[in-house]
Ligand binder design. Structure first.
Ligand code: SF4
Length: 415
């Protein structure tokens, strides 16, 4: 296909495709799907080889959020019977993080529900970062605490944070239909604050919320303009008890096309397969490794992922390798930019306080903030029996399980 040859050439040159080309990827047929994956896979291998970066989520504070993000089980008025707890203590968070690191995670993502942190929360998270870094040399820590006020990104950086996640989630045009308590512009502002403070910016999207192809292309082009180092791609987990509970409109093929489009638009960026991969890609997950270079290990914030060992087996079986702590995730030219940004920030008085050098959500549905469901038992009661052969795009609440282990419980985490 001329389209795919053009997109590969552009991806290898880090050149932005046109909107029409990005839309055409989403419009390809099932007969063309393997060609699309192979083409985007060439771009993935050019910039990231066959490495897969593992990230591990620690939900520092779960539920009880005053915001109304429609996709989120932690939202105001959510009926989802998720775990609800207030801030984990630094040693509790550090113990949860250690399980993920032992499982091969290179980055720990510290997430807290809420509109945004108070200054006291930032201080508390700073102590948690310190505890994790003291016990796990070389680990990257990303904070995901919602909308940031002036000066908070710098304080997180000073406390040793390497990165900050805040997702755009969907296009500017549809944002108001998803959330009313804050705006798309608020989200952009927080990503820019993180960037300006010398933190590696992480910002992505949620697909499957009823958006059009144009919306998907809009949000991915907006992300390219914001230039984050990592782009998590979530697939909506339609939890009972949330307004989007009936939005089961993704197929594995659609998910692969979306991931390929993101890879073509953001060729040299860490594209992370995030919440919803098990639910929507199902047995097609290994094909997605040809498109993304990063995944979450184990469970999400409020829902369960597949077993951590199954993630590791899948990576090995598909012929990929887990990226080690000593390897730079990003291509040299992007790592250089990140280092230069951090140096500029340090020169401006926001030095990294002797912690690991920066490389290049929850406020924000980071990864599996999408862990949003009613109890597994309630879902099972309400759901029809699972069909023996899954229909593409079928309603499958049987695939969604609320997290009942790891952080905030007495049970061992899944890592
Ligand atoms: S996504 Fe974050 S800000 Fe929005 S409702 Fe969920 S926890 Fe609150």
């Amino acid at each position: 296909m001329d389209l795919l040859n053009t997109l590969v050439d552009k991806g290898l040159r880090r050149e932005l495709p046109t909107r029409e080309e990005a839309l055409a990827v989403l419009a390809t047929s099932d007969d063309e799907l393997l060609d699309v994956v192979a083409a985007a896979g060439k771009v993935r291998r050019q910039w990231f080889g066959r490495r897969v970066k593992l990230n591990y989520l620690v939900n520092l504070k779960s539920g009880l959020c005053p915001e109304d993000c429609s996709y989120c089980s932690q939202r105001l008025g959510s009926k989802a019977e998720i775990l609800k707890y207030t801030w984990l203590k630094p040693d509790e968070a550090s113990a949860a993080a250690a399980a993920g690191i032992a499982g091969g995670a290179k980055r720990v993502c510290l997430v807290a529900s809420g509109r945004g942190p108070t200054d006291r929360d930032v201080e508390r998270v700073g102590k948690t970062i310190e505890a994790i870094k003291e016990q796990n040399e070389g680990v990257e820590v990303c904070a995901c605490l919602g909308l940031l006020s002036d000066g908070q990104a710098e304080r997180l950086k000073d406390a040793g944070a390497d990165a900050y996640n805040h997702n755009l989630n969907t296009s500017e045009a549809t944002y108001g239909q998803i959330t009313k308590t804050h705006t798309y512009a608020d989200r952009v502002d927080t990503v820019q604050k993180a960037h300006a403070a010398g933190l590696s910016a992480c910002s992505g999207l949620i697909a499957g919320m009823g958006e059009s192809d144009e919306d998907l292309v809009d949000v991915v082009f907006s992300l390219r303009e914001l230039d984050p180092d990592s782009v998590p791609v979530n697939f909506l987990i339609p939890f009972e008890g949330t307004p989007l509970a009936k939005e089961w409109n993704l197929t594995p093929q659609r998910c692969l096309r979306i991931l390929a489009m993101v890879r073509f638009v953001c060729p040299d960026v860490e594209v992370r397969l995030a919440g919803g991969r098990e639910v929507h890609l199902r047995t097609m997950q290994p094909l997605a490794l040809h498109l993304v270079n990063s995944i979450f290990l184990g469970d999400y914030l409020t829902s369960e992922g597949q077993a951590g060992q199954a993630d590791l087996d899948m990576i090995a079986d598909a012929g990929f390798t887990v990226e080690g702590a000593g390897t730079s995730s990003l291509p040299a030219h992007r790592a250089d930019v990140a280092a230069a940004t951090a140096a500029a920030s340090a020169a401006a008085g926001h030095g990294p306080c002797g912690s690991a050098p920066a490389e290049a959500g929850c406020g924000s549905a980071c990864g599996g903030c999408s862990g949003h469901t009613d109890t597994a038992e309630a879902a099972a009661e309400a759901a029809p029996a699972a069909p023996s052969q899954a229909e593409p795009g079928a309603v499958r609440p049987d695939l969604v399980a609320v997290r009942r282990r790891g952080a905030g419980t007495d049970l061992a985490p899944n890592a």
